[in-house]
Every structure is written in structure tokens, then in C-alpha cells.
Write a protein that binds this ligand. Structure first.
Ligand SMILES: NC(=O)c1ccc[n+]([C@@H]2O[C@H](COP(=O)([O-])OP(=O)(O)OC[C@H]3O[C@@H](n4cnc5c(N)ncnc54)[C@H](OP(=O)(O)O)[C@@H]3O)[C@@H](O)[C@H]2O)c1
Length: 397
């Protein structure tokens, strides 16, 4: 069936959506595209701002018929409409039905678990690529681990462990706060502590769960060169990296038979690590109770709001991954990006992923509910390299 568009950006009028719309260079590539959302006036004013021939689709994410029509009209959908469990759920179902490839920037792992259960098998059988988590969560984590494992494999070694430390300067989006608040009300707390939440169903065994328990140690890590503190996104990113390894293992080329992955915030002292832990504990406490959620809503940014351009441009994103091979070789991979993680880096990752989906024949043949590493691997790393994202990997021991 012929499709009207190569790409549709859904949620185009939100804080991240507008930034994504400005980054897409689909017309220069000779492709057709549309911006989509629930508010015609906002979409028309974005179209005027883009000064482009872009199509406009007015559609509410909760309207299954409208989502079906949208997905039927395009080869690829890129969504920034979150909380995703609220606004992009029917859209993914429609993409699977109409065989449109899909990517987004969700960090809502319980929702992604439901996508896997509902859609993985059909999408895999049909050759449709559904790729959530293409933002800061979890592209650097997933590609960093992939790069380390790839480097070790070239030396004929399996990967036994990868540990990662993040450093960044960031602000907070209202949409991100809204997603955290929504998840804390609607999702079971048990989902967030399951270290293998995103594994294929048949691999979610007690032994596998025990093997992947989250490491919460706060101590100097010589290989990473930092004191490890709890990282707010680790409960998302570690699940994604573990799913990548599990999916690749099913195909017979996982990172390693005893592969494990842990992730931290890198800080300078144990005192700082304890302060971070106390801050995260307080945040979890606030999210867990109605008065706490009221306070966060009252004093946090509203949906549609986010950091200033100066804050986003003045931010930075960096990750170091250190992996150990089965013969003892140590590989260190580094990622740096000159911009804040939640916007500048996230949208660079997302837009690059969506454009790769437009050329899906050049990607690994894999399909289903995928991770960034399993959907794109080296292609995404190369695409990002060309856009100011620096990736390096070296053998250090
Ligand atoms: N992975 C990452 O690192 C990362 C980084 C940043 C954000 N995020 C996630 O991305 C999402 C968006 O963040 P944001 O800052 O852009 O939030 P936002 O500014 O609040 O944008 C939300 C978008 O969803 C749209 N929307 C709301 N209700 C809808 C409905 N019923 N039907 C269709 N569209 C609807 C909004 O449309 P209107 O404009 O009409 O209100 C808006 O376009 C959040 O879930 C956030 O957690 C992830």
C-alpha cells in the first residue's frame, strides 16, 4: 500500500517536539513528512515557523481511529507525545497494525514492558521495528555497552562486565515531571525494581533476576575514575542494556554468557554520593504520596515548559563505560555531547534514529519491540558521530 508520508512527527507541539521539528532535515533528503498533534492552531504556527511544505495532521493520541489513520499514512512515526502510556499507546498499536516503523523518547519502562507483551511477536513477524527509548534514556547506555562488547569481540573475547558512569549538567522538562508523576500513580512499584523487567518473557527467570540485581555501592571505582553514586536513570537504562544483550543472545551473539551491566552517576567524593542518594530518596518519597506529588506539581515545571535555550546549550552530557573481557582485556568507551541530556542530546539521538528508520533496508534485519542497540547498532553511532556526538573506545589494560 502506498503511503502519503515517509515520516510523521507526533507530539510536534510539545517542548521536545518543537525542537525535533527544527532538527529534521527530511525535505533536504527528498522525503515527505508531517507534523502531528492534537492542537491545529499550534501545529499551523509551527508549520509557519518551519517555513516548510510539511503536512499537518490533527489527531488526539487517545483516539484509536485517528491513530490508525495516522499510522496508515506513513512509513515511519517518531513520537514525543508523553506521558507515553497516556498519549502514544494507541499510536504504537496502530503502527504495528499498519507496519509503520516507530521510535520515541520514553523512559516509562512498565509501559515498554506492556508494548513487548502486546506487540513484539506480531511486529517481529511483520518486519516492523518498534524502538522506544531513543533519547538520553537509553541511547548512551545502550550504545556504550554495545561498543565495549563489539571492541572486545573483535579481540575474540566475550564481555563479562560493563560499568558506566554519567556526568551531566541538565534542567527539567515539565513533560518529564508529568511522566514521573503519571508512572508513580498508575504503575506498580514492583515494576521499577525488577532488574530484568524488559527481558524476553521466557528469560525472566529467578536465577537471571538474581544475577542482575542493581549495584548500589557508593565507593571509589578505580576503572571509572569516579566515586559511584545512584543515578536517577539507571533503573531505566540498565533494563534496556540487559534487553539488548538478551535479544542478541537469543540470536546466538550476545555480549557474553555471564554479561552484567551496572550504571552510576560519577561524583567526586563519598559525601557527594550520600547527598545524591539522599536527594533521590526524598524525590522517591515525594512521588510516593499524594501530598508529595501535589508539591512537585505545584513547584515543578508544567507540561510544555522546560529549560531556557541558554541552559540547554550550556549543559553537557558525558558517559564512560568500562568493560572487562573474558581474557581480562579492559576497554573504556567515552561519549560526550555539548548540550543538556534531556533536550539537546535527546533530540539529536531521536532525530538520527527516526531518519535511520526511514532507510530501514540498511539496518539490521531484526524487528519487534527493539532497543536502540539492537535496532541500529553501528549505524546510529556513525550517524551521531557526524553530528557532534563524540564516541571513542580504547583498550586500556
Ligand atoms: N528520554 C529522554 O531523555 C527524555 C527527555 C525529555 C523528555 N522525555 C519525555 O518525552 C515526553 C515529552 O516531553 P516534553 O518535555 O516534550 O513534554 P510536553 O512539552 O508536555 O509535550 C507533550 C506533548 O504531548 C502532547 N499531548 C498531550 N496530550 C495529548 C493527546 N491527548 N493527544 C496527542 N498529543 C497530546 C502535547 O500536545 P500539546 O502541545 O497540544 O499540549 C505535547 O505535544 C515526556 O514523556 C518526557 O518524559 C524524555
Amino acid at each position: 500500500m502506498s503511503k502519503t508520508y515517509d515520516l510523521v512527527l507526533f507530539g510536534a507541539t510539545g517542548f521536545t517536539g518543537v525542537q525535533a521539528a527544527h532538527l529534521f532535515d527530511v525535505e533536504a533528503r527528498g522525503m515527505s513528512w508531517a507534523i502531528a498533534g492534537r492542537n491545529r492552531d499550534k501545529l499551523e504556527s509551527l508549520k509557519a515557523e518551519l517555513d516548510s511544505d510539511v503536512g499537518v495532521i490533527v489527531a488526539d493520541g487517545r483516539d484509536a481511529a485517528a491513530m490508525s489513520e495516522l499510522a496508515a499514512s506513513t512509513r515511519v512515526v517518531c513520537s514525543t507525545a508523553g506521558p507515553f502510556a497516556l498519549y502514544s499507546d494507541a499510536l504504537v498499536a496502530a503502527c504495528v497494525l499498519h507496519k509503520a516503523h516507530y521510535c520515541d523518547i520514553t523512559g516509562e519502562t512498565p509501559w515498554v514492558r506492556r508494548l513487548i507483551d502486546a506487540h513484539h511477536d506480531k511486529a517481529e513477524a511483520d518486519g516492523t521495528k518498534i524502538v522506544p527509548m531513543c533519547g538520553f534514556d537509553s541511547v548512551p547506555s545502550d550504545l556504550g555497552a554495545w561498543l565495549v562488547a563489539h571492541t572486545l569481540r573483535e579481540r575474540d573475547e566475550q564481555t563479562t562486565t560493563v560499568r558506566a558512569a554519567f556526568k551531566m549538567k541538565a534542567g527539567l522538562n515539565g513533560g518529564t515531571l508529568a511522566s514521573a508523576l503519571t508512572s508513580s500513580v498508575h504503575e506498580s512499584p514492583r515494576a521499577f525494581i525488577d532488574p530484568i523487567l524488559l527481558h524476553p518473557a521466557d528469560l525472566r527467570t529467578p536465577a537471571e533476576r538474581d544475577r542482575h540485581q542493581d549495584d548500589r555501592k557508593m565507593a571509589y571505582d578505580e576503572a571509572l575514575g569516579v566515586v559511584t553514586a545512584p543515578f536517577v536513570m539507571a533503573a531505566v537504562n540498565t533494563r534496556v542494556v540487559r534487553r539488548s544483550n538478551a535479544l542478541l543472545s537469543e540470536e546466538g551473539h550476545g555480549y557474553g554468557d555471564s554479561f552484567s551491566y551496572q550504571e552510576f552517576l560519577g561524583v567526586k567524593s563519598r559525601r557527594q554520593a550520600w547527598l545524591v542518594a539522599a536527594g533521590l530518596g526524598s524525590l522517591a518519597g515525594l512521588l510516593a504520596t499524594p501530598p508529595g506529588r501535589w508539591l512537585l506539581k505545584r513547584f515543578g515545571p508544567d507540561p510544555g515548559e522546560g529549560p531556557s535555550d541558554e541552559q540547554m546549550d550550556g549543559g553537557y552530557t558525558s558517559a564512560v563505560h568500562v568493560g572487562v573481557g573474558s581474557k581480562g582485556t579492559v576497554v573504556k568507551a567515552k561519549l560526550t555531547y555539548p548540550g543538556d541530556p534531556g533536550n539537546r542530546a535527546t533530540l539529536r539521538f531521536l532525530v538520527s534514529a527516526a531518519l535511520l528508520l526511514c532507510d530501514a533496508d540498511k539496518l539490521p534485519k531484526r524487528a519487534g519491540v527493539l532497543t536502540p542497540a539492537t535496532a541500529f547498532g553501528a549505524s546510529l553511532m556513525d550517524a551521531l558521530h557526524a553530528k557532534d556526538v563524540s564516541w571513542t573506545a580504547e583498550v586500556v589494560a
